[in-house]
Design a protein around this ligand. Structure first.
Ligand SMILES: Nc1ncnc2c1ncn2[C@@H]1O[C@H](COP(=O)(O)OP(=O)(O)OP(=O)(O)O)[C@@H](O)[C@H]1O
Ligand SMILES: [Mg+2]
Length: 260
């Protein structure tokens, strides 16, 4: 390998989350096909694409909640394709769910502590991590409330805080900002950047809020029908006409046309 090639990723090509040639077929549906994906530490990658593109399936396959029908998942140079989700979590892979699961009867604070306890942290450490994250996520005022009392968007923030409490090397967020008010989006973008910078974690964020994706992503990957349609900086993606057709066509452009 040439020296210039080695320096492109800081010379530590092992320190990445990598999906190679991944496929996932459901009965009659090819949810992912021949997909290659990489996420470095200290990087925010936005993953976008129309409904059904395979975004959640990719997160499931990477985190071990689902098995690929072909291909491999590597975590910092280690092949984890056969590992169960719990083992991947302890190795530094965290995620949130599109349905934003919180334990409604537990307090906000207890929900976040679970993220730390789940990977073997002690009670004291779990409490300290929860306190810190609740403050960062501007949830401290709600710490003692049952999570079920929070608004939908706030519950998603609890789920993000819980994922971060495991001190992940990589965190994969499935529509974490859904349900947040537009006025809360820029504060949320700040949280994402601080995860990258302060926690030295790689962040994959799936979201339909393009303003958020454009604001936080170092790189954007576009999925369509289980395949990579485009990849580039936010600026490159913005200029990419195919992306506009595939992505906006499903959500924005068509609706605009029908309206107008
Ligand atoms: N458990 C499953 N059984 C059968 N089909 C599935 C299953 N999970 C996903 N699919 C199909 O795989 C395709 C990809 O789904 P996926 O949920 O990954 O899309 P997505 O990009 O996350 O969409 P959205 O933006 O709506 O969340 C879809 O056609 C979906 O219907
Ligand atoms: Mg999804």
């Amino acid at each position: 390998m040439g020296t210039s090639g080695a320096s492109r990723d800081g010379g530590s090509s092992g320190a990445r989350l990598r999906a190679t040639d991944v496929a996932r077929a459901f009965k009659g549906v090819q949810a992912l096909e021949g997909l290659n994906f990489e996420l470095g530490r200290h990087e925010v990658v936005g993953l976008i694409g129309p409904n059904g593109a395979g975004k959640t399936t990719l997160i499931n396959v990477i985190t071990g909640f689902d098995r690929p029908t072909a291909g491999a998942i590597e975590l910092d140079g280690v092949d984890v394709t056969g590992w169960p989700a719990s083992r991947r979590a302890r190795a530094g892979l965290a995620r949130t769910f599109q349905q934003g699961r919180v334990f409604g009867e537990l307090t906000v604070q207890e929900n976040v502590e679970l993220g730390a306890l789940g990977v073997g942290a002690g009670a004291h450490q779990a409490r300290a991590r929860a306190d810190e994250l609740l403050s960062i996520m501007q949830l401290a005022d709600h710490a003692k409330l049952p999570a079920s009392l929070l608004a939908h968007g706030e519950q998603r923030k609890v789920a993000v805080a819980r994922a971060l409490a495991s001190r992940p090397r990589y965190v994969l967020m499935d529509e974490p900002a859904a349900g947040l008010f537009e006025s809360d989006i820029s504060a949320f973008a700040e949280v994402i950047r601080s995860v990258r910078d302060g926690y030295d974690a790689g962040v994959l964020i799936v979201d339909h809020n393009m303003a958020l994706i454009m604001a936080v992503s170092d790189r954007i990957e576009v999925l369509d029908q289980g395949r990579s349609l485009a990849s580039g900086t936010p600026e490159e993606i913005r200029r990419n006409i195919d992306v506009a057709a595939a992505y906006l066509g499903a959500s924005g452009v068509t609706a605009e046309r029908e309206r107008g």
